[in-house]
Design a protein. Structure first.
Length: 234
């Protein structure tokens, strides 16, 4: 069931996911899958192949999150993180590998004077750092909680609780912005409010069912949404 409407007056800090929320990684993944399957374009056509690639990325996101959750429960998530760190070290850091969603920078500029920010991501520390550095986002995010900061990562509440503690803000006054059901589950489990965005991996129907408080088409619209909703609720 959908949650109660978002109470903007209660929001004192913003916690952001990375993939599909700040980083335009879903389109990059679709492009990579599409390129690998390009040899089939003569059979299915380019348009159908691109639709299949996007469907494949969306469907694969669920098992991927399940694997990370299972690794957390079984205690071998550190092995996955070590592998990803090593893999990231072996790749040249290029801007096209870490694209930022259009409109995110102006949104952060507007909201940074009103709220403190934190990141809570299931990415490993190294790739998160690369993303922030190459897109010049480091000044906005003094607090970064990656997959290995806490013993358990999303959808467990631990990383959000840790971020709230570091921010010095009660978790009930934090707003989690993410693109997946995993982000919603983590926010609600911690006691935070949730805003979901459709510029990443999530599907509106699933996000509403998970209980998110509001849905935006893109993270870039967050500043105007919070402002308009605040005045509507006065």
């Amino acid at each position: 069931m959908p949650a109660q409407p978002l109470d903007v007056s209660a929001v004192k800090a913003l916690i952001f996911d990375v993939d599909g929320t700040l980083s335009d990684s879903d389109d990059l993944m679709v492009e990579r899958i599409n390129n690998r399957l390009r040899f089939l374009s003569g059979v299915f056509g380019k348009d159908k192949l691109k639709l299949f690639s996007r469907w494949f990325v969306r469907v694969a996101e669920g098992p991927g999150n399940w694997l990370l959750e299972a690794a957390d429960r079984l205690g071998f998530d550190n092995l996955i993180a070590a592998f990803l760190d090593k893999r990231a070290n072996g790749h040249e850091v290029l801007a096209q590998h870490y694209p930022v969603i259009p409109g995110v920078l102006p949104m952060l500029d507007v909201l940074s004077s009103r709220y403190p920010f934190a990141i809570v991501t299931a990415r490993n520390e190294m790739t998160t750092s690369h993303f922030l550095k190459i897109n010049k986002l480091e000044p906005y995010f003094q607090i970064v909680v990656s997959s290995q900061t806490c013993r358990r990562t999303k959808p467990f509440p631990d990383p959000l609780l840790h971020a709230a503690e570091q921010l010095g803000v009660p978790i009930e006054s934090c707003l989690m912005i993410g693109d997946t059901v995993t982000d919603v589950r983590a926010a609600l489990a911690a006691g935070a409010q949730s805003v979901s965005v459709l510029c990443g991996f999530g599907v509106e129907k699933e996000l509403l069912k998970a209980g998110t408080h509001a849905i935006l088409s893109s993270t870039s619209g967050l500043a105007s949404f919070l402002t308009e909703t605040f005045f509507d609720q006065l």
